[in-house]
Design a binder for this molecule. Structure first.
Ligand code: NDP
Length: 286
């Protein structure tokens, strides 16, 4: 009989399509670096097979899995419990399996906040956020739970902006306002943190959200959710104006760190994960 252990811990992701999701490369690089015998399996799970996939993960005693589009809301009906933020947001992208029980969390906003806290504590701060999609919703709720003073949500579809603002007002101690976005958005005076939570800039280093750059103020933190390319046009312009830029790569890496901490109780090396993504994206700081 061998004393060796040939059984790896299993984690992974359920989404469709899944082939362009680099999370597996990021997390497995960090597993290897930490000497953890765990795998992260990137699974293409079609809508009709979500229930079977979840059941399979339980049957195979996976430690947990991420859920990406289009399963973030649909997965909830298969879970036993929801963390507070996931309940408020109404979407789950990280499921932990413990003793056969499934607990849903949402790491989108938590990953952003962990990254943000490297440069500023959001407590008591005034935030101006562009976009009102899934990422914006998660970020706004976490900012509210972290004690931001006021969040302005700006979106082309103003009803979506107001829905998020109401979610923040009703479930956190923060105040929030939803506003329509027409023409160039102007950042109000006194804003501490500006966030681009739209998809503008994804895969296009020259794309720029419609914003009046002259309303950015020196010393402000300007954050982008776009992970690739990390140094977006908005961040380059903000840096040139004396703002502190914060890229979306950190949000992605921190989501990996938080997910694995929930599943395995271990903290992975964020530097190794960042490098893995930079290698994939061919990213520089320029
Ligand atoms: P959604 O599709 O849910 O939302 C997209 C948002 O972008 C909407 O508010 C939409 O406005 C807005 N938008 C799109 N195009 C434009 C435009 N030309 N001008 C103004 N607004 C625009 O996407 P998600 O919220 O899930 O994702 C948004 C971005 O965040 C994606 O690029 C994604 O890659 C990134 N992301 C990054 C993560 C990370 O870890 N770094 C994690 C999750 C997401 P409207 O409602 O008016 O259409």
């Amino acid at each position: 009989m061998s004393n060796q252990n040939f059984r790896s811990i299993l984690t992974g992701s359920f989404s469709t399509p899944c082939a362009d999701n680099p999370t597996v490369a990021m997390i497995e690089a960090a597993y290897r670096h930490a000497g953890i015998d765990a795998r992260y399996i990137n699974c293409d799970v079609k809508v009709a097979h979500l229930a079977a996939a979840v059941k399979g993960a339980v049957a195979m005693e996976w430690a947990g899995f991420n859920c990406s589009l289009p399963h973030k809301v649909a997965v909830i009906e298969y879970l036993d419990e929801l963390a507070e933020a996931a309940r408020i947001i109404g979407a789950v992208n990280c499921v932990t399996i413990r003793d056969g029980r499934l607990v849903g969390d949402n790491t989108d906003g938590k990953g952003f906040l962990a990254s943000l806290r490297d440069v500023v504590d959001p407590a008591g701060r005034t935030v101006f956020m562009l976009g009102a999609g899934g990422a914006a919703r998660a970020i706004a709720v976490e900012l509210g739970l972290a004690g931001a003073a006021h969040i302005t949500v700006v979106n082309r579809d103003a009803a979506k902006a107001e829905t998020i603002a109401a979610l923040v007002r009703d479930n956190t101690g923060s105040d929030a306002t939803g506003c329509p976005w027409s023409g160039k958005a102007r950042v109000p005076e006194g804003t501490d943190i500006v966030i681009n939570a739209t998809s503008v800039g994804l895969g296009d280093a020259q794309a720029m959200p419609e914003i009046d750059l002259d309303t950015l103020a020196k010393g402000q933190v300007v954050a982008d959710v776009i992970p690739n390319p990390p140094m977006t046009c908005l961040l380059r312009e903000a840096r040139a104006r004396g703002c502190t830029p914060l890229d979306g790569l950190g949000m992605l890496v921190n989501q990996g760190v938080i997910g694995v901490a929930l599943w395995l109780g271990k903290t992975l090396d964020a530097g190794v994960m960042t490098q893995a993504l930079r290698d994939i994206f061919g990213a520089s700081d320029a």
